[in-house]
Design a protein around this ligand. Sequence first.
Ligand SMILES: *Cc1c(COP(=O)(O)O)cnc(C)c1O
Length: 388
Amino acid sequence: MIPYGRQSISTSDIDAVVEVLKSDFLTQGPVVPKFEKKIADYCGAQYAVAVSSATAALHLLCLSMGLGPGKRLWTSPITFVASANCALYCGAEVDFVDIDPISYNICPKSLEEKLEVASSLGKLPNILVAVHYAGQSCNMQSLFQLSKKYGFSIIEDASHAIGAEYKNKKVGCCEYSAATVFSFHPVKIMTTAEGGMVVTNNDQIARKVEMLRTHGITRNSMDFINRESKPGWYYEQITLGYNYRMTDLQAALGISQFDRIEEFLSNRLRIVSNYNKLLSVMDIRLPSISEDLRSAHHLYPIWVDRGFNFNDRDELYLKLRNDGIGVQVHYIPVHTQPYYRNMGFQWGDFPTAERFFSGTLSLPLYNDLTEVEQNNVIHSLKNAYGLA
Ligand SMILES: *Cc1c(COP(=O)(O)O)cnc(C)c1O
């Protein structure tokens, strides 16, 4: 089965991890800050804090930005559940904003309408998680303007979008947000096996996330509650944190993968351009990337209705699967998950997200996808449309 996504591991990746295995530190040691510096510099952000996953990054960001009971977080329904779950971890409420039918990102107009209603009810959100779906940045300027007008903060969930650009700047520079999150899960652009990163220009947020990732403990005398001078072994737990650290093994893999990021991005772009060219003759809605953006091309979501040999998305899914093509659905709208339906959400709440969901399939897209494999995908699709 050709998967929809997978990692690309080189011998230098393997060597980098083995080198750490032979060193003094396996868990958080000297390699983690090196990895953090590389990512911060690449994004043009002041601070980067590595954690055990993007889910952990979202959780700690919500906490460090004051989310808690009585507060609200809004996000897109077309995302992985983690973008919403982070609010529930903090005891806050979640709501969603419908997507734009072209970019599949949060629709600024729907957001504005919802904000007006929320404002009159006194139920404005505290945080908006802007998900850069499939690797394409949200319309950050519009979201930013609304955040100023209505007084909420923005977290960019860039789990799909390391290397993407918005208005000629890297996603992660945080020009229009409080902080940005990356995921290094194996299906993403680059991997550390499990792993995530917070980038921000806000030193308070960076320091809080650093403390929260390691039990709420600090060894920095500037942060101590007890101010009299202390011996070197002294540390203080000053808040309730977690064990969300990244290991040096993961960071070494991250640095080695990061050295290939331009290769990863250009191979993804090449595969996407090939799909665009070879599928353009077919009755399929292809992903559309706005002219002023550079997508990281994490996913290639097509939007299908019906074709010669299939009546709906699920029949096409089975046909492709039977041909060994591991297509996937990104995503089941989060509000329709049983856990969220128990909170009162229903089918019909976010119609554009639901329409997109009912027709979408993500085609295989990853660094090591060969031309032969890609041609198999296209042949199988053409077959389903009665064109091969
Ligand atoms: C993968 C993903 C996450 C979670 O990433 P982990 O590193 O697996 O925790 C969060 N949000 C989005 C949009 C994702 O795709």
